[in-house]
Design a binder for this molecule. Sequence first.
Ligand SMILES: Nc1ncnc2c1ncn2[C@@H]1O[C@H](COP(=O)(O)OP(=O)(O)OP(=O)(O)O)[C@@H](O)[C@H]1O
Ligand SMILES: [Mg+2]
Length: 161
Amino acid sequence: MAEHLLELRNVSQVYRSGDREFLALKDVSLALDEGEFLVLLGPSGCGKSTLLRIATGLQRPTSGEVLYRGEPVRGVNPRATIVFQTFALFPWLTVLENVEVALAARDVPPAERRRRALEILDRVGLDGFEGGLSPGALRRDAPKSGVCPGHGGGAGAFMLG
Ligand SMILES: Nc1ncnc2c1ncn2[C@@H]1O[C@H](COP(=O)(O)OP(=O)(O)OP(=O)(O)O)[C@@H](O)[C@H]1O
Ligand SMILES: [Mg+2]
């Protein structure tokens, strides 16, 4: 069978609260290949964020499987980036330092971290803004980068590499 970049097989998510159960996702299967762009559209509460958390390994589904390049995802997938709906920057760090946090978590050495962070910011048009951004600019530019906070609406995004 062909190996996909990301594959969800029969993923279901049940949320439990006391003896009440809520079925948020039922038997979801999808495959995403390299270079593909996928949009999840649906009304508030239909399970988009739940699906993104499961796809990136932040949350284990109640049942079903998640595969990244053919391998089962166990724990957080270090090759995935998620732009959260809520503010998820470290406000005491600069824009550049916020980008470097993710690279530090992957044990990238400091000089390489700086080089790659500058390159990423340049690529998403934030060259010159390494020191800081106004709240408005942060919200506007957030979806571009995957390194900035999510915007306040009903959207979320994740990127794989
Ligand atoms: N931790 C949780 N415990 C219980 N119920 C939850 C939990 N997380 C989400 N839900 C419920 O699961 C459903 C799906 O939630 P989810 O956040 O995935 O929806 P969404 O499509 O991302 O919504 P929105 O467009 O508002 O962001 C909702 O009904 C929500 O209330
Ligand atoms: Mg959501």
